[in-house]
Design a protein around this ligand. Structure first.
Ligand SMILES: Cc1ncc(COP(=O)(O)O)c(C=O)c1O
Length: 473
């Protein structure tokens, strides 16, 4: 009898424990899937279980996002279909249905400034960043302020104030289809009509090539491309339109105007805390920014400019009216959400600037260590600097490496790299010597890792002793 009791007791205990665990599981399952879905949507007063016409779109978006591309690619709702579902679009050097196959003999493509280093940030913020639009969303040409969403305007000003990178009070705001559209709009607007000679559009070497390319392409009567500022430093000429890119593309240095008495267009595409220290808020009369480098949404094609002078603002507005009738309303809606998320997360552990800064700083440190391990190449000199955003002295975290070939025989640096399997953007694109070339640090981890892999043997080439050291990168 006693023996039977002893045998039965553990069985009963197990049964009780099992039942308890079952009950707990049912409770948590209910919490997870039912109680959450019955939370009230605060603005609309409906429950999530009431959703009808958004359900299909939401399911489709989640299903596509869940397609595995082995972390070397991604599938999109508008991607080319394979067996009825969007196929993976693989990062350079990867192939296969799920992008799991690494191509041999593939070049590291670090030519363009595609800001995909921020893609993992938005994946982490999947719930906050999803946007749902109805089929009848803003069909009109007009939005809340003709071509501009007033809520977006308000939130962009709020973001600048929170980051402390620009003074926007007392300045008009215009939206463009990428900041690219605004470059020529501003050149046009700053060129006086009927002047005795056209305005000279200039920039300091090394400069972002789009200024030259656009000015020459549009070929206006009132302005012309006149090249490098160095040529004009000691001239009496005054009617310049000077592009100042700060931080600069390609060398990432903070810059200022070098020609006094001219109209200045400050291109602050990279004046955000992930790329540079913010020593003080920018306060130019004409300042351009772009979402491409702020949030990484280059494909959305959205940029903005603050303009102090009312006449210049009116001329830019006219240009935008006749050129495109304003920036896409869908894009404005989508970006309203991202700008809000960025502002709301400032200082939290989902701060996009902290995320971007950490990623780019690490990339820069690894590249710098590799390049400095021999004398074949050198990089631009960037120093630590106090940042009002992070409230501390911060390390450099540039968007680009401006690489110089130091060996006498390596006269064309882009070609040297190309032979070693690295696609870069050669110095002449920036008005500079072929001894220089630009490496983008903005792309995916795959691009960056491939860059280091291909650069190692090139760096080692200059010095046999260094090869041992280099193998550790
Ligand atoms: C300095 C600079 N300005 C403007 C742009 C264009 O940006 P967006 O994508 O807004 O046209 C870029 C793009 O790389 C850039 O580097």
């Amino acid at each position: 009898m006693k023996e039977q009791l002893i045998r039965e007791t553990p069985a009963k205990v197990y049964l009780v424990l099992f039942s308890l665990s079952l009950l707990l599981n049912i409770f948590f399952f209910y919490q997870q899937f039912f109680s959450q879905s019955h939370h009230l949507s605060p603005r609309l007063g409906s429950t999530v279980s009431d959703l009808s016409w958004t359900r299909h779109a939401a399911e489709e978006a989640e299903a596509v996002a869940a397609i595995s591309c082995s972390s070397h690619g991604r599938a999109y709702v508008d991607g080319v279909l394979d067996n009825g579902q969007p196929a993976c679009e693989c990062n350079t050097c990867y192939t296969g249905i799920d992008c799991s196959v690494l191509l041999s003999n593939c070049s590291a493509d670090v030519e363009g400034g595609d800001p995909l280093f921020l893609e993992p940030y938005w994946m982490q913020q999947a719930a906050k960043s999803a946007v749902v639009l109805s089929g009848w969303h803003r069909m009109s040409y007009a939005t809340t302020d003709r071509f501009k969403s007033l809520e977006l305007e308000k939130n962009i000003r709020r973001l600048h104030a929170a980051v402390g990178n620009a003074i926007t009070d007392g300045k008009h705001l215009v939206f463009g289809t990428g900041s690219t559209q605004l470059l020529n709009a501003l050149v046009y607007a700053l060129s006086p009509e009927n002047a005795s000679s056209p305005s000279s559009v200039v920039a300091t070497i090394p400069y972002y090539s789009m200024y030259k390319e656009q000015t020459e392409l549009f070929n206006g009567r009132d302005y012309e491309w006149e090249g490098a500022t160095a040529k004009w430093r000691n001239s009496n000429k005054t009617n310049f339109i000077e592009f100042v890119t700060s931080p600069n593309n390609p060398d990432c240095l903070l810059c200022d105007s070098v020609l006094g008495g001219s109209s200045v267009i400050y291109d602050h595409a990279y004046y955000w805390p992930h790329f540079t220290a913010i020593p003080k808020p920018a306060d130019g009369d004409v300042m351009i920014f772009t979402v491409s480098k702020l949030s990484g949404h280059a494909g959305s094609r959205f940029g903005w400019a603050f303009i102090k002078d009312e006449n210049v603002y009116n001329k830019v507005s006219n240009y935008l009216q006749y050129n495109s009738m304003g920036a896409s309303r869908e894009t404005q809606s989508r970006l309203l959400n991202y700008v809000k998320v960025i502002s709301d997360e400032i200082g939290s552990n989902a701060d996009i600037f902290e995320f971007g800064f950490n990623k780019l700083r690490k990339r820069w440190q690894r590249l710098q260590a590799l390049v400095n391990s021999s004398s074949r190449f050198s990089l631009q000199q960037l120093s630590t600097q106090y940042c009002t955003y992070f409230k501390k002295i911060r390390d450099p975290s540039p968007a680009y490496a401006w690489l110089k070939c130091e060996n006498e025989e390596d006269t064309d640096c882009a070609e040297v790299l190309m032979k070693g399997g690295i696609i870069s953007r050669g110095g002449t694109n920036f008005g500079a010597s072929t001894r220089y070339t630009r490496l983008s640090l903005l792309k995916t981890d795959d691009h960056f890792e491939m860059l280091l892999q291909k650069l190692k043997p090139l760096v080692a080439c200059s010095d046999e002793n260094s090869s041992e050291m280099i193998s550790s990168f």
